[in-house]
Design a protein around this ligand. Structure first.
Ligand code: CO8
Length: 259
């Protein structure tokens, strides 16, 4: 595994990898190097057949307090437009194994957007989410206006993006932004347990679930249902479908080969 400046990367149990944001002095603010590190590590891990799920986490105080304001401040329109600032994050959405965001503390602006690029969002009780870009005279630039609206609906998304207010973990769960809220002390263990559960399933099946659920955001219902059905048919070409169904009939636990 390569060396990274802004993150640490490690194996955390069977078939699970853990990426930890590591810019504590800047509350894990996401500079361009962090974008390169996170997307590079996730792409590399996603291609490893021995990795079935990736957990992305920050510190107890901050998952990430946004894009790096100090790095952005001197940029001109021409700079950010010509470099297509933030387009590099799209690489994270192309990672095909499930990504789990374990959010403690602040997930603001780009931090909230990074969490929303993940597939499962787990929040600690102390988590705070928001899109405060408007308070800086800008707007979300890493998908906030799009993914937040799809996740929690227009009314709440408008409220958050227009006022810049933060919501706590309970409101985030009520709104459908996160799937679980867990005690702050056990966040990482709980997230790793979810990742281990996912990673124990058939890897191709988990990848197909991710692809099929994400397709719901891209197509109409009839096309989405057809897409899902074709993937479902495809599972019958895997060894894991044979094993999973045989294990059920034989009343035993499946031993998936991830192929
Ligand atoms: N960028 C850079 N540095 C940051 C950031 C950030 N987003 N957030 C915190 N820091 C730094 C602080 O400057 C401070 O550094 P220093 O010690 O050198 O002064 C250090 O982290 C600790 O922060 P605080 O002292 O502020 O800690 P507090 O506990 O008092 O406050 C907060 C924590 C409330 C999280 C506060 O730091 C804060 O409000 N941060 C900014 C949150 C924010 O506005 N995020 C959105 C950023 S914009 C964005 O993500 C997308 C913009 C899209 C633009 C599109 C352009 C193409």
């Amino acid at each position: 595994m390569s060396e990274y400046e802004t993150i640490t990367v490690e194996r955390a149990g069977d078939r699970v990898a853990l990426i930890t944001l590591n810019r504590p002095k800047a509350l894990n603010a996401l500079n361009l190097q962090a974008m390169r590190d996170i997307t590079g590590a996730a792409e590399e891990l996603g291609q490893d057949p021995d990795v079935g799920a990736i957990v992305l986490t920050g510190s107890a105080k901050a998952f990430a307090a946004g894009a790096d304001i100090k790095e952005m401040q001197p940029q001109s329109f021409s700079d950010v437009y010509a470099a297509d600032w933030f387009a590099g994050w799209d690489a994270l959405s192309r990672v095909r194994v499930p990504l789990i965001a374990a959010v403690s503390g602040y997930a603001l602006g780009g931090g909230c957007e990074l969490a929303m690029m993940c597939d499962v969002l787990i929040a600690a009780e102390n988590a705070k989410f928001g899109q405060p870009e408007i308070t800086l005279g800008v707007i979300p630039g890493m998908g906030g206006s799009q993914r937040l609206t799809r996740a929690i609906g227009k009314a709440k998304a408008m409220d958050l993006c227009l006022t810049g207010r933060m919501i706590d973990a309970a409101e985030a769960e009520r709104s459908g932004l996160v799937s679980r809220v867990v005690p702050t002390e056990s966040l990482l263990d709980d997230a790793l347990a979810v990742a281990a559960k996912i990673a124990s399933m058939s890897r191709p099946a988990a990848m197909m679930v991710k692809e099929a659920v994400n397709q719901a955001f891209e197509s109409g219902l009839a096309d989405g249902l057809r897409f899902e059905r074709r993937l479902f048919h495809g599972t019958f070409a895997t060894q894991d479908q044979k094993e999973g169904m045989a294990a059920f009939t034989e009343k035993r636990e499946p031993k998936f080969l991830h192929s």
